[in-house]
Design a protein around this ligand. Structure first.
Ligand SMILES: Nc1ncnc2c1ncn2[C@@H]1O[C@H](COP(=O)(O)OP(=O)(O)OP(=O)(O)O)[C@@H](O)[C@H]1O
Ligand SMILES: [Mg+2]
Length: 215
C-alpha cells in the first residue's frame, strides 16, 4: 500500500512549552520498499511513526493508506485496520508476560497459521531459536526486542512499522534484524523503520531525513 501524508501539522503543547514538530509535511512512502527514517534526536521520527499508526493525532492534515483516509477513521476502525494490515514495534514494545515466546508468536500470527517448524525458523532468523519456550521474564532486553520483531512479522502484515528496532542490539543482531526487514521488502511488503544506525542506510531502498524534510 502506498502511504501518503498530506499537509501534516503536529505540535505538542504543554503548560511550559509548545514544540512544533511538523508544519505542512508532505511525504509519500513507496509500496513494497524499505524506507528508513533518520534524523537527530527530537526530529520527529517517533512522532511520524505514531501518526502513521494513529497513536497520536495530527493537528491537521491527512494520512492515507492507498485510498483509505486513515485519519478519517474512528478509533475502533483504526485499531481494526492496524490489526489487519500493520506489524508494529514501538520503542517500548514488550511481549505478553504470561505467554511463552512461542505462544506470543501464535497469538500474533493467528491460530494454526504457522507450524511449529515455521515459528522456529522465524525465531532462528532473529537468533532466538533456543528461546522459543521461554517466558519473557527469562529473556534479556535485546532478546525481548528481537522476539517483538519476530512477532510483528509473524502474521505476514502488508505494512511493517518499527521505531528503533535495532536500538541496543549488538552488530550481529542488528544485521539479523535488518536482513529480515530487507527480505520482507523484497517479498513486496512496505517496511518503515526509524534508526540511528548508520548501517541501516545500506539495507534501505529509501532514506527520509527528517532534518531536511522540514526545511
Ligand atoms: N508527548 C509529548 N509531549 C510533548 N512533547 C513531545 C511529546 N512527544 C514528543 N515531544 C517532543 O517532540 C519532538 C519530537 O519527538 P520524537 O519523539 O518524535 O523525536 P525522535 O526523532 O523520535 O527522537 P529520538 O531519536 O530521541 O527517539 C521532541 O522535541 C520531543 O521533545
Ligand atoms: Mg524516537
Amino acid at each position: 500500500m502506498l502511504i501518503r501524508l498530506e499537509q501534516i501539522d503536529k505540535r505538542y503543547k504543554t503548560l511550559r512549552r509548545t514544540r512544533e514538530v511538523f508544519s505542512g509535511l508532505n511525504l509519500t512512502i513507496d509500496d513494497g520498499k524499505f524506507t528508513l527514517l533518520k534524523g537527530e534526536s527530537g526530529s520527529g521520527k517517533s512522532t511520524l511513526i505514531n501518526l502513521l499508526l494513529g497513536f497520536t493525532p495530527a493537528d491537521s492534515g491527512k494520512v492515507y493508506y492507498e485510498d483509505t483516509e486513515f485519519t478519517g477513521l474512528d478509533e475502533s476502525s483504526k485499531a481494526a485496520f492496524r490489526r489487519e494490515n500493520i506489524g508494529v514495534v514501538t520503542q517500548d514494545s514488550s511481549l505478553i508476560s504470561y505467554l511463552t515466546v512461542d505462544e506470543n508468536i501464535v497469538l500474533a500470527a493467528g491460530e494454526g497459521k504457522l507450524s511449529r517448524k515455521e515459528r522456529e525458523d522465524l525465531l532462528d532468523i532473529v537468533g532466538l531459536k533456543d528461546c522459543i519456550d521461554a517466558y519473557p521474564g527469562e529473556l534479556s532486553g535485546g532478546e525481548i526486542k528481537r522476539a517483538a520483531i519476530a512477532r510483528a512479522v509473524a502474521g505476514n502484515p502488508h505494512t511493517i512499522l518499527m521505531d528503533e528496532p535495532t536500538a541496543n542490539l549488538d552488530k550481529e543482531n542488528v544485521r539479523r534484524v535488518l536482513n529480515l526487514l530487507r527480505k520482507k521488502a523484497a517479498e513486496g511488503n512496505t517496511v518503515i523503520i526509524s534508526s540511528h544506525e548508520e548501517d541501516a542506510r545500506e539495507y534501505a531502498d529509501v532514506t527520509v531525513d527528517l532534518d531536511l524534510a522540514k526545511e
